[in-house]
Design a protein around this ligand. Structure first.
Ligand code: NAD
Ligand code: USQ
Length: 398
């Protein structure tokens, strides 16, 4: 069993929840983060709806409450000297790589944000691969990819690979990728680099093509408000379900983009943290590159909006659905069927989306109503325009 787990991006929505989950279960955990996500909020005036404590406060509080230590490395995955020191000092058995710029709208703001996203994500992951090669050659890389790498093809989406028969010959090949933003493209580039290094250096890697994660409740986060993880609802980092729940709480018409028939895969945060543990417990072999589709179910955007609308109504909240022009270029009416059996075979018992989760997300928004900034709800980043309204501080090197 891998005992020492280094979580890159461990201050983020998923990384922090993952750190507590694994620490609680006896793993030696350290988190590494450059606080880029917090810096974006500071630059733009965005805030997680749930207040989040500093990373050092979180780790100290976790130690006080549990007696367990979560180590903290504050620095950048793209800084190879820093990353090397962290690898040598912590000597991980497994690396869970969450440490990337993860918002599609952010990556579509303008050239600088596209360049930042791809530099940060692709070069960061390349550094991680080199650090594994040099300092932790037997460690298992568990990399967070995304379902959006596949896009929405008119055939079933397989788990990473598809058997192709062509001119009388056949082969098992990577499933075709048709991503829909410069962010999603960065994940495709990562996947290729990881697969290549498994082949040439014998790295063991699991690429988790994850769907959209929802919910903020975990047993560990529930111990204290200062252990809470992020709840983003803004137009850049907020995902649709969070946004609809917050909109419902303040009576803002639900922002369904276009027809709302776009379908995406989803997973509860409780299942995300368990899936990653399952990957760690059942590691890839040396030289093996494997892909799991880390999802449990799928919905169209309109189905989600209608569910939020109904639950909000039951809570006495009057909400309208508002179909607004889609700021993204994406198929709004498409086939969608995803294979996702590998994590279930390893032991995942899915928590499917139920009304209690939606009710809780709306209730959190009601409880923190004074923190909701309705100016941050309507989308201002267009996939089509040449310049966008959100122009966060220019990354220094872009
Ligand atoms: P997040 O933005 O909340 O967390 C990412 C963390 O990585 C942040 O704390 C950020 O500061 C850190 N980071 C970014 N670049 C870094 C760098 N160069 N060096 C060190 N730290 C860096 O995102 P999240 O929602 O927790 O997502 C985690 C991972 O899971 C991402 O890779 C994302 O692409 C993937 N993912 C997320 C979802 C989702 O719904 N949230 C779905 C599928 C995949
Ligand atoms: N959408 C709306 N209204 C909104 C917000 C979004 O209709 O107010 C629509 C979008 O057009 C899109 C769908 O909802 O069709 C999903 O958008 P999203 O913002 O909820 O999620 P997405 O941009 O896909 O990105 C999120 C995470 C990203 C992760 C990805 C998984 O931010 O890190 O990789 O989910 S996946 O979608 O499977 O690629």
């Amino acid at each position: 069993m891998s005992k020492r787990v280094l979580i890159l991006g461990g201050d983020g929505y998923l990384g922090w929840a993952q750190a507590m989950y694994l620490s609680e279960r006896g793993y030696e955990v350290a988190v590494l983060d450059n606080m880029a996500r917090r810096q974006f909020d500071l630059n733009e005036g965005f805030e997680s709806l749930l207040p989040i404590a500093t990373l050092h406060r979180r780790a100290a509080l976790w130690h006080t409450l549990t007696g367990k230590t979560i180590g903290v490395y504050a620095g950048d995955v793209c800084d190879y000297e820093f990353l090397s020191r962290a690898f040598q000092e912590f000597a991980p058995d497994a690396i869970v790589h969450h440490g990337e710029q993860r918002a599609a709208p952010y990556s579509m703001i303008d050239r600088q944000h596209a360049v930042y996203t791809q530099y940060n994500n692709v070069i960061g992951t390349l550094n991680v691969l080199y650090a594994i090669k040099e300092f932790a050659p037997t460690a298992h890389l568990v990399k967070l990819g995304t379902m959006g790498e596949y896009g929405t093809p008119n055939i079933d989406i397989e788990e990473g690979f598809i058997e192709i028969h062509h001119n009388g010959r056949s082969d098992l090949l990577p499933f075709p990728k048709q991503p829909g933003s410069f962010y999603h493209l960065s994940k495709v580039h990562d996947s290729h680099n990881i697969m290549f290094t498994c082949k040439v250096w014998g790295i063991a890697a699991t690429d988790l093509n994850q769907g959209i994660v929802y919910d903020v409740q975990t047993a560990e986060a529930d111990r204290h408000p200062d252990l809470a993880t992020r709840y983003d609802y803004d137009q850049i980092y907020g995902t649709a379900l969070n946004r609809f729940c917050v909109q419902a709480a303040v009576g803002f018409p639900l922002t369904v983009y276009g027809s709302g028939k776009q379908t995406r895969s989803y997973i509860n945060i409780k299942d995300t943290v368990r899936c990653i543990e399952l990957a760690i417990l059942n590691p890839a072999k040396a030289g093996e590159y494997r892909v799991f589709n880390q999802i449990t179910e799928w919905f169209s955007v309109m189905e989600l909006a209608e569910r939020v609308h109904r639950v909000a109504g039951e809570m006495g909240l009057a909400v309208e659905l508002n179909q607004i022009a889609n700021p993204r270029v994406e198929s709004e009416n498409h086939y969608y069927n995803v294979k996702h059996s590998k994590l279930v075979e390893l032991g995942l018992e899915p928590h499917l989306l139920d009304d209690n989760v939606i009710r809780r997300l709306i209730q959190i928004a009601l409880d923190h109503r004074d923190r909701i900034n309705t100016q941050q709800i309507l989308p201002s980043v267009s996939w089509r325009k040449t310049s966008n309204q959100v122009t966060a501080t220019e990354p220094a090197w872009a």
